[in-house]
Write a protein that binds this ligand. Structure first.
Ligand code: EPU
Length: 417
């Protein structure tokens, strides 16, 4: 297993190019199951979660070729309706094949994803929605077994705005008979990106990006191509790095409209943030101010940026209250940050962070992607050496993270453990 070693304290300077978005690419690759021709995608990031998705699509009978950021998928030969435990346990987003399989093959057998380091993460809203569309669902031997004679449009109200649930139902509804209305739908940019590709495939999806999405079912979809949108969480992670380590970073190939909440909070800390049309420059000198943060569905402050902002707060002036409202256990990074000298108290879903003047390097590890990213950020600013183990979590969601930081002037390297 690899680990990352960082000598902290170097200011960061220069520019980085943001990769394609993991969370946009995953449902888009899965949407290729809705057609029987060749779909082509560009700017697909090279990540473990993408490879897990490709493995699953191939298991289902799709032919997939991949060259750098280009992925071609032909699901013409789709001949299995089963997503086995071994593939689903590697990546929870595998549940997204449920909707397309039901729509295309009228049946699906998908392993239940099980627990997750950041929370229970149930899929009840995906299943209830499929039932509303006319599927019969049974849970047997750890699997979701779903069948339908024909999916039919329905009105579906989500108790909680769910990103994956909205994506799954949107894909299923495209091939359902009649109209589906999704209420309290998630509004994340990844939903809009999926709706755009579905419409390019011949679907009729209206309202994506708002909380009411209307889908008029069509009989068939044709393959289409898409360029994956930039990863807003990767962009945000580098923006925080600039504020934290001091320096001047230009984050290129990003979509500032997707980053409003992070830009706003960074400005409140006192960092200078200059927004271009497809780039964001962040400069900072000296100690920043603590700010309070509450995670919310988009366009609120993203839970996927909470751990990174918390690192910034550990060395900011004053106290900051960080409330996590999306996942019940997303403070995995706190105990590791405390080992690096941070002063943090957790009370339920809130963390009180009292700024200290410095962090000190230590051996650390984390069991979640964004928590691992926060430890890299902490290592960049800590005094001395930080060794981060279990970095396969980082490889699930950040393309060449250490290379990008090295280019910006960080003393960071990956070594075999
Ligand atoms: N929820 C339910 N029932 C459901 C589905 C969700 O109660 O059937 C709850 C969840 O437990 C959670 C809330 O609804 O409390 C929101 O969960 P959501 O379904 O929106 O999350 P997700 O689709 O599983 C995606 C991202 C996550 C990101 C969340 C929130 C992908 C592949 N994953 O997860 O990304 O944190 O939305 O924005 O898109 C990450 O990239 O590190 C990551 C975890």
């Amino acid at each position: 297993m690899d680990k990352i070693i960082i000598e902290g304290g170097r200011p960061l300077q220069g520019s980085i190019t943001v990769s394609g978005s993991k969370n946009a690419a995953l449902p888009i690759l899965v949407s290729s199951l809705l057609t029987d021709g060749m779909s082509e995608y560009e700017n697909v990031p090279q990540l473990r979660d993408i490879q897990s998705t490709i493995d699953l699509l191939m298991h289902l009978g799709a032919r997939v070729s991949r060259r750098a950021g280009r992925v071609c998928i032909d699901a013409g030969g789709l001949d299995s309706h089963e997503a086995p435990y071994d593939l689903v346990r590697k990546m929870r987003a595998s549940i997204l094949v449920l909707g397309p399989l039901l729509a295309r093959l009228k049946r699906a057998r998908v392993s239940l994803p099980g627990g997750c380091a950041i929370g229970a993460r149930p899929i009840n809203l995906h299943l209830k929605g499929m039932e509303r569309l006319g599927a019969t669902i049974e849970l047997k031997h750890g699997y979701v077994e779903a069948r339908t004679k024909q999916l039919r449009g329905a009105e579906i109200y989500f108790d909680v705005a769910t990103v994956g649930g909205t994506e799954n139902l949107m894909m299923a509804a495209c091939l359902a008979e009649g109209q589906t209305i999704l209420r309290n739908a998630a509004r994340e940019p990844e939903i809009t990106a999926l709706a755009e590709i579905l419409n390019a495939m011949g679907a009729d999806v209206q309202g994506a990006g708002s909380s009411v999405i209307t889908i008029n079912g069509v009989e068939t979809l044709k393959p289409a191509g898409a360029t994956i949108i930039p990863d807003r969480i990767e962009a945000g992670t580098f923006m925080v790095a600039a504020a934290l380590a001091g320096g001047d970073i230009r984050v290129e190939n990003c979509e500032p409209e997707h980053l409003g909440a992070s830009i706003n909070k960074l400005r409140l800390t006192g960092a200078e943030v200059n927004v271009g049309s497809q780039s964001i420059q962040v400069c900072s000198q000296g100690r920043l101010n603590g700010v309070d943060i509450k995670t919310q569905p988009f366009p609120g402050f993203p839970t996927d940026m909470q751990a990174q902002f918390m690192v910034l707060m550990t060395i900011a002036k004053g106290q900051s209250l960080i409330s996590e409202t999306i996942f019940e256990n997303r403070f995995i990074h706190v105990s590791e940050l405390k080992r690096m000298g941070a002063d943090i108290t957790i009370n339920g879903n809130a963390a009180m962070v009292r700024g200290v003047t410095k962090l000190s390097g230590a051996p650390v590890m984390a069991t979640d992607l964004r928590a691992s990213a926060s430890l890299v950020l902490a290592g960049l600013v800590a005094e001395g050496t930080t060794e981060i183990s279990r970095i396969y979590h980082l490889d699930r969601g950040y393309e060449a993270l250490e290379e990008k930081f090295f280019k910006l002037g960080a003393a960071i390297k990956r070594v075999k453990e």
